[in-house]
Design a protein around this ligand. Structure first.
Ligand SMILES: NC(=O)c1ccc[n+]([C@@H]2O[C@H](COP(=O)([O-])OP(=O)(O)OC[C@H]3O[C@@H](n4cnc5c(N)ncnc54)[C@H](OP(=O)(O)O)[C@@H]3O)[C@@H](O)[C@H]2O)c1
Length: 321
């Protein structure tokens, strides 16, 4: 099969197309012909080996797994002899945030790990765009107790994580203030934001109000700077480690005292996030944002764009089988 492969860490210029042999399926595995996948920030971390801590998971000197790709939507081509939930021809979607090598014509995944049927009427592109950002958003917001009625600021509300998070928070009844660039005002309004702060005009950390929760979905702020706009028992959640890798440390120590808290959730249980995202898709409360679509052959262009850190929602790669 044709796959996008990288043997060294770096930017998109390290990617080559190679013919890769498909291995034999294990008894509990499913072979999926990929129709759509995304190029996302998780993939960028595996491609570049940045932040440096990525070398611990992706391979110390060079990428352990040369094929990037963490999500997919496509059709089941064949199944192992013990697979009971899927059969050839099923429309499926899936995610493995530790890389399932979906930037290739086919992907192999265990039926128990990160795969589900695509809801009727949902396109493959939309299904693929409902995976990575939604997975992190779900895992971050589930650490917020009693969301209903809370005043929550989402920084980076147009990103893959932020746009999913904003919609999930609205579903659970939060009052959401979204932070985005002025040009994206209409997008976040459409996603359900109650209030909007334009970061190119105003610094939200200098707002004259306080929030119960600050969810920094792009990791551009710090707990220190946000404290004055957090309520006295407020919660700070970031999708990034912080400029001094302080967020995991603060998440360990702030719960030992009363007052403002930091959470740095480690996403777990991909099956749960997938079923949550698909339920929201089905009930209409979640519409994944798709910024651009590229053909698989244009994967370098897609990475180049995503690496800039300015995509609006998700960037989809399509296969023409
Ligand atoms: N903790 C984890 O396990 C984990 C997993 C995946 C990703 N991440 C990290 O989470 C972050 C978000 O990922 P993502 O895929 O959602 O990102 P993304 O889609 O690339 O985010 C792009 C968005 O960020 C917004 N943005 C850029 N600079 C901003 C600023 N200074 N203030 C506010 N918004 C700004 C932009 O909004 P405008 O267009 O409106 O300017 C753009 O729409 C990334 O830093 C990524 O590395 C963490």
């Amino acid at each position: 099969m044709k796959a996008a492969v990288h043997h060294i860490y770096g930017d998109e210029s390290t990617i080559r197309f190679e013919q890769v042999l498909l291995r034999k399926l294990e008894a509990s595995e499913v072979l999926v012909k990929v129709v759509a996948t995304t190029v996302n920030r998780t993939d960028c971390a595996y491609l570049t080996g940045k932040p440096v801590i990525m070398h611990l998971v992706a391979g110390f000197r060079k990428p352990r797994n040369p094929i990037t790709g963490s999500d997919f939507a496509g059709t089941v081509e064949s199944v192992g002899e013990k697979v009971s939930k899927f059969r050839a021809g099923d429309r499926v979607v899936g995610l493995d945030a530790d890389q399932c090598s979906s930037h290739a014509e086919y992907v192999i995944i265990s039926e128990e790990e990160g795969i589900a049927k695509v809801p009727d009427e949902c396109s493959y592109a939309k299904a693929a765009a409902s995976m990575e950002g939604a997975h992190y958003a779900y895992n971050f917001i589930k650490r917020i107790p009693d969301i209903q009625g809370k005043s929550i600021l989402v920084n980076g509300a147009t990103g893959a994580i932020g746009s999913a998070g904003l919609q999930f928070l609205k579903y659970h009844g939060a009052k959401v203030t979204a932070v985005c660039r002025t040009a994206h005002d209409a997008i976040v309004r459409e996603l359900g934001a109650d209030d909007i702060i334009h970061y190119d005009r105003e610094d939200f950390t200098e707002a004259d109000t306080t929030f119960d929760v600050i969810f920094d979905a792009v990791g551009k702020s710090t707990f220190g700077k946000c404290r004055r706009v957090l309520t006295s028992q407020g919660l700070y959640i970031s999708s990034e480690f912080g400029p001094k890798i302080q967020n995991p440390v603060l998440a360990l120590f702030t719960p030992l005292r009363k007052g403002q808290q930091v959470r740095f959730p480690i996403p777990t249980d991909t099956n749960k996030s997938i079923s949550y995202a698909l339920e929201r898709l089905k009930d209409g409360s979640f519409k994944p944002l798709i910024d651009r679509e590229y053909d698989f052959e244009e994967i370098k262009e897609a990475y180049h764009y995503v690496l800039k850190g300015q995509k609006v929602g998700n960037v989809v790669l399509k296969f023409d089988h």
